[in-house]
Design a protein. Sequence first.
Length: 67
Amino acid sequence: MTVPKLMPLAIGLFAVGVLAIITVFVLFVLGYSDLPAWLNFAGTYLPAIGLGLGIVAVVRKSRQKRS
């Protein structure tokens, strides 16, 4: 079984996004409240983009098998 070309990108974006979410929570627990905008952006949008790309990659791979 070959891995779709989008899948590594999707996994990477999702992993970076989850890491950003963990970083935001850790910094919040440590008492930081004014976090940089890029960190909030990464924690908000990267997991969703990675998940979306992963779904697209799996659907494309599934459709290739049928034809």
